[in-house]
Design a protein. Structure first.
Length: 332
């Protein structure tokens, strides 16, 4: 009996050990599968959370550049834009169908030319805007606050922007995405713009202060830009030094001061014609300007006027064009 019990005990212990080993093996296998499944579920959950975070929750209250607050109960269904830069931004995030009117100067993208016209950038046609029955009207840097207030007094909802930097332009696009529930599209546009900026910064990063070229930009006959505006930042990001940067804002030049500054490169807006003369012809004909290094070395270079002067989604393409014009060897 004792031998049988001992043998039985031995068999029993062997069986228990086998069961334990099998259980350990199964537990390990289950844990491995569980880890994989949890990772996939976790990734899916994160993606869902990110998608959910890009859905606008209404009501939404946003403040514009004038300090005016707007509360949106839902995404605007009818939009008017009286600023080419804002129109480009709205199109870039997929709002073609919602746009029911644009300014007389809007020309990009191509399909904008078929939209009803709402007048000038500075004093748009209030009657045309009212007739379009927009939920909101976007305007930009060209319209001053007095003109904005005049339209508001007529009961028109005006959302004004006044970007001073490329970062401001990107923030505006982000806001448009929030207002219209097109946040995903807005983020895609912003990502592309950031990539453009990084590409330029990486290529000019090796320039020492002594290597940086003196740059003068003229976007309209006799007008340039100083510090505190996005166009000045474009020159700086492109690795140049703005010779007009000792003053602020947009201003009329002193021809003598530009001669004294002696820029290495002169950039001008293409497609600008005054009295049947192109802007580069006007620049080169000025008294004493033939002594400027840029003119001597034939470094008077045209830049697409829209890329140069519109603070919209293509402003970083303008940045790349400016950088290529100033430092062609770095951007071959």
């Amino acid at each position: 009996m004792k031998k049988m019990n001992g043998r039985f005990l031995s068999i029993l212990m062997s069986l228990m050990l086998a069961i334990m080993l099998a259980a350990c093996g199964n537990e390990t296998g289950t844990e491995g599968q569980g880890t994989g499944q949890t990772t996939e579920q976790g990734t899916a959950a994160t993606d869902n959370q990110e998608e959910a975070s890009l859905e606008t929750v209404y009501p939404l209250t946003i403040t514009d550049a004038t300090g005016e607050s707007f509360t949106f109960e839902k995404a605007p269904e009818k939009i008017v834009s009286v600023s080419p830069a804002e129109t480009e931004s709205l199109y870039a995030i997929g709002l073609d169908e919602q746009i029911v009117g644009v300014s007389d100067y809007d020309d990009y993208p191509e399909q904008v030319k078929d939209k009803p016209k709402m007048g000038s950038l500075y004093t748009p046609n209030a009657e045309a805007i009212i007739a379009a029955e927009p939920d909101i009207v976007f305007t930009g840097i060209s319209m001053d606050e007095a003109a904005v207030q005049k339209l508001r007094d007529l009961g028109i909802v005006i959302f004004k922007t006044d970007p001073k930097t490329i970062e401001d332009v990107m923030k505006n696009i982000e806001v448009y995405g929030q207002i219209t529930n097109h946040q995903q599209q807005a983020q895609e546009v912003i990502a592309k713009m950031k990539a453009d900026v990084k590409e330029v910064q990486d290529k000019v990063a090796s320039l020492s202060d002594d290597q940086k070229k003196q740059v003068y930009v003229e976007f309209s006959p006799g007008w340039t830009v100083g510090k505190g505006e996005f166009m000045d930042e474009v020159i700086t990001l492109a690795g140049g030094v703005n010779v007009a940067g000792d003053a602020e804002g947009w201003y009329e030049i002193s021809e003598e001061n530009i001669i004294a500054a002696n820029p290495d490169v002169i950039l001008y807006a293409s497609d600008v014609v005054d009295n049947d003369k192109t802007l580069d012809e006007i620049i080169k004909a000025r008294d004493g300007w033939n002594e400027i290094t840029a003119i001597k070395n034939e470094q008077v270079i045209s830049i697409n006027a829209n890329l140069l002067s519109r603070p919209g989604p293509r402003v970083t393409e303008g940045l790349k064009e400016v950088a290529k014009a100033v430092y062609p060897d770095l951007f071959q």
